[in-house]
Design a protein around this ligand. Sequence first.
Ligand code: DMJ
Length: 704
Amino acid sequence: MSVCLLQIDTDSDSNTEEGVADQHAQATSHKPFDAAPAAHKPFEKPTPSKPAAQAAEEEHPQIKAFKHKPVATPPLETDETDEHAPSKQQQEKPSQPVSGKATSPPKATKQPTGELPTLSADSQKQAFVKRMFQHAWQGYRDFAWGADALRPVSKSSDNNFLHMGATAVDAMDTLLIMGLMDEYHHAEDWVLENLHFSSQSGVSVFETTIRVLGGLLAAYDLTETLMPVFGVDTPLSKRRPELLKRAQECADALKFAFKTNSGIPYGTVSLGGNARAFNPGWTGGMSSTAEAATLQLEWEYLALATGQAEYANDVRRTMQAFHAVEPKDHLLPIHIDPNTGKWGSSNIVTLGARGDSAYEYLVKQHVLSGGLDRKRHAWRGAAKDMPGSVNKAEQSAWSGAVRGVRGGRRQSTPLGSWAFQANEIAYFDAVRSMYDGTVHGIKDILVHQTTDGATETPLVFISERLRGRIDHKMDHLVCFAGGMLGLGARTAWGAPPPSGWDKASYLAHVKRAKAAGAAGEPHADADEEALLREQDADDMRLAAEITRTCHEMYSFTATKLAPEIVRFRSHEKGHGQVGAGGDRGLGMIVDPGAKHCLLRPEAVESFFVMFRLTGDERYREWGWEMAQAIEAKARIETGGYSSINDVTHDPPAYKDHQESFFLAETLKYLYLLFSDSKLIPLDKYVFNTEAHPLSIARGAQAAV
Ligand code: DMJ
């Protein structure tokens, strides 16, 4: 057994873009990347945004705690660069009144600290979801085997996305989790015999990372870590080592995308003879924030599993680049220039397309490094399991630095040194602090609620900001945020100052607390813990509210399926708000330009995470309603489920497409929602953004 210690080097670079990118790909020529080393500075804790003291006007009491200040809303303006932005006409004409009575939010029944609840399975519903998966898989196997996706209505295939058998590799770990071993081995054989990274052109670095690299790594992980669940003492696949090898080949094929001036990777690569990394012309040379900042879990894990630090170096350099330009309000614009490392001029902030998983990975990097219990930080495990190849001098420098960290004397050591490697905790501390800052920004600026609706309970939503103007619009993609906020609350430390504290006095307080604590443990001071819990509880409330809104996005349509985008009515004037008058329902409408449904996972992802964190049965009820709606409206008898064109029209018309994430994510989260809490527990695994579970603190355990 050996463990790798990660080394940050200072001479690589990069950038990327989001799930819609492939539709726009018109590869044009690009600046060749050059390899000038970027200046680096050790991470410092970012300054948390100061909570606004003033109470938000006209607030519903239940969200007062997490909405700190009103947002200035200058005149409407359409941002042409946002592909999801509806036309002005669409904004001014809400298409349909809505009606219905909103449910009240589930209570965050458990304190955000303490043990996770023990939950038993609902076996009948779990079996139902498994049959759904088998039906989806059968369609793919019969009509699209080896292609990226199934076209279930025409019984044909789509291979224009990655050209990597995306569904097969994306679904492997779901097959394992469901115990469908014959199908798993069939898929694994196909992947190991046929999936190579040598000829694909114009593929997304992000999509390949989250679906293919993530899929391979999760299969590698679960074939070992699920052994106790299966009651066996040998790995679930003899070919397990080949999975890691293939994952490494995948990363090796992509890694030149990181060779940019800034550390922000390019979004697209062409492999093979004419290999190049670039951002297509339609991006204006920009990388997308979500894409560049959603590679870290997979590449970090690969570094730990292979013992090769270079994979982590690339993605940490990307994090440094983001850290260097972190805005004062901590909200991340969705475009960034890989050459300069500066934000693009579009100035759009969203937790939807091109922003979403950047926020998610900030908190999940921290989780991967140590999990729900900070004491399990990888470096602690690593400290006792030093690799044999490390010499004595290095070992003692490393242990000295660990002691420094433990003693609360954070060292500002140059990146790339052994001391910095030992200072892993400082790295993840910095990333976690970025996350904490973004949560403040989200609460201060983006969180709003409906007003004037007929419902007793307003809907809380996360809006977008377009060049300084708030747009009361929410993509289904944003629904991941319920789970993210819940997870963040359960793993909080180093949180920004709670409401009522100014930064300076809070930091002084934390410093005193740390100095007083035995061995400098960050949470050694009870008073500090109480403050952090207040913040965590607040985040849990917001998590529950956002998740409830996402449930309403399903239950208020004719098909009981959610549209791609909704808009909200609110007194707070904003860009694209639902107009006053007529609408006496939820204060939410289907965006007229985005009525389709791709059977996306984000809402059920939050149901699953929130159920595992709180044990509130309502999340299971909501998941069950969703499963029933998918079964009723999207099932194609000959095999598979189809995305639909318009959720407001029943019966709906089919898009004739089954996305790979429907098998990788939607059905996996549904299955796990009804499983007992011992299957893929949240304190042992972290899910990548494509729902591929990776063992936490793998570095402390990995047999290389
Ligand atoms: C998936 O590929 C991932 O969940 C990604 O983070 C967002 N888009 C799709 C699912 O909606």
